[in-house]
Write a protein that binds this ligand. Structure first.
Ligand code: SF4
Length: 459
């Protein structure tokens, strides 16, 4: 979500006449679009702002913007610790970036944070805003903002607000326009996509329209997006295990363009810890749904998020997490060490905080389990023929290309010619490592048709 906001800010600046540059010395404006999900971001921000003071002071025309959810959370703190910042804005007024920059030139530093999403929030009706996409063939599409859950460790509801779904037809209009411009892969974004539409249905029923189904509409959305001509791949992130339903799995199975990849955040493998986290599901329910997902969708890759060291986590709880992770056989996982986010329920559990040394030891132990499973999953693909979309040259070997499979796995392969980003090809998998596969190009199946140029810089 944060990266998608960066694309919008970059699009707005570009529309205002600015050009992207990788060279700080040539820049007139630097935007730091923050994310406060993890503690490290705070430390990094203030360190970076400290070093940027010299850059800002060297030319009175230079401006600095701090945007994003850390700015939303720490609005006054950013101003106090870095008074040389020109504009501080939050998650609900990204659309105001250029106006605030121009205003700050005459009035001096500005802080503008909205506490709630406005009705015509840019994220709900984003077509009104320009976007400078990082990738030419793939586009993020916001379907929902905010979150109504209360996960004890999570700052998102505080900085992104209540859950608001974007109107169904509005999403389809954007996807149709993207597909018409040559985008072939759509990535649907929301904090809890399975509950997409719940607020829309309830609002309609409150208004007296009983014909509107209260049942979640995410499955219908997946089918509708996947059926738009030109859309070849559909992905989404993130579903919440407590809201994962059979109709979503069926929609994934029956909609050819929906990729065989499910990001399914477990967070912990102990019922005690899950309850303390307020996650709303048990391990058994999670695993049952996982079995059903794999049974419904052939060749499904499953990735997850896990937190070690949640307050009160005992060694026995942690061992259960390792066992569940081994049972689940994830393709890969984002593994985090718990860090308290001010204002969350977990941050107040100070008497139950785990020892930092214990947390990092648990991190390393769980990583062994996850790495083992990832390598096995990758090795199982050797000998298979995969459809990949070319993402560009391999970073390690410029003679190789890098592509991504439908299961979201990276594949590096040599190519006699430099295929354009967005090209579809068939590749035989010949080797596997923890983070990538190695392949042999068999044939190009479709050339990119996108008319937008490839963006190279994020804000
Ligand atoms: S579902 Fe939980 S973890 Fe995800 S955004 Fe909402 S509160 Fe945070």
């Amino acid at each position: 979500m944060n990266e998608h906001d960066s694309e919008r800010i970059a699009g707005l600046l570009e529309q205002d006449g600015l050009e992207p540059t990788d060279d700080e010395a040539k820049a007139d404006v630097i935007v730091i679009n923050t994310c406060c999900i993890r503690e490290n971001a705070d430390k990094k921000l203030y360190g970076t702002l400290g070093t940027m003071k010299t850059w800002r002071d060297a030319d009175p025309n230079r401006q600095i913007v701090v945007a994003g959810c850390l700015a939303q959370k720490d609005r006054e703190l950013v101003r106090q610790r870095a008074p040389w910042v020109d504009v501080v804005l939050g998650t609900h007024n990204v659309h105001r970036t250029t106006e605030l920059l121009n205003q700050a030139r005459t009035t001096g530093a500005i802080t503008e944070i909205l506490d709630e999403a406005i009705v015509d929030d840019y994220a709900l009706f984003p077509s009104a805003l320009p976007v400078r996409r990082e990738t030419s063939y793939r586009s993020w599409v916001t379907i929902q903002i905010g979150c109504d859950n209360t996960c004890a460790y999570c700052i998102v509801p505080a900085v992104r607000g209540r859950e608001i779904s974007r109107p169904f037809d509005n999403i389809l209009d954007e996807v149709s326009a993207l597909a018409a411009s040559g985008v072939t892969e759509i990535f649907l974004l929301g904090q809890n996509v399975n509950s997409y539409g719940r607020d829309l249905s309830l609002a309609s029923r409150r208004a007296g329209d009983e014909s509107v189904r209260v049942a979640p509409q995410f499955a219908a959305l997946l089918r509708a997006v996947g059926a738009i001509p030109g859309v070849q791949r559909v992905r989404y992130m993130s579903p919440h295990p407590k809201d994962m339903r059979e109709d979503t799995l069926l929609a994934m199975h029956e909609t050819t363009s929906v990729c065989e990849h499910l990001h399914y955040p477990l967070q912990a493998g102990s019922d005690t810890v899950l309850a303390a986290m307020h996650r709303g599901y048990t391990v058994q329910r999670y695993l049952d749904r996982l079995v059903e997902a794999r049974r419904t969708i052939a060749d499904l890759a499953v990735t997850t998020d896990l937190i070690v060291g949640f307050p009160g986590e005992t060694e026995a709880d942690f061992v259960q997490t390792m066992e569940v992770a081994a049972t689940a056989e994830f393709d890969s996982a984002y593994l985090f060490i718990f860090s308290p986010r001010e204002g969350t329920a977990a941050a107040a559990m100070t008497d139950k905080f785990c020892d930092p040394g214990v947390m990092s030891e648990r991190y390393n132990r769980l990583k062994v389990v996850l790495d083992h499973s990832a390598v096995l999953k990758h090795r199982a693909r050797i000998g298979r023929i995969e459809e990949v979309v070319v993402e560009g040259s391999s970073r390690k070997n410029p003679d190789h290309l890098t592509g991504r499979t439908r299961q979201n796995k990276l594949v590096h392969f040599p190519s006699p010619e430099k295929l354009r980003v967005g090209t579809y090809a068939r590749v035989e998998i010949i080797d596997a490592a923890r983070f990538h596969l190695a392949g042999r190009l068999l044939e190009v199946t479709a050339l990119p048709t996108h008319r937008t140029r490839l963006a190279v810089t994020s804000a």
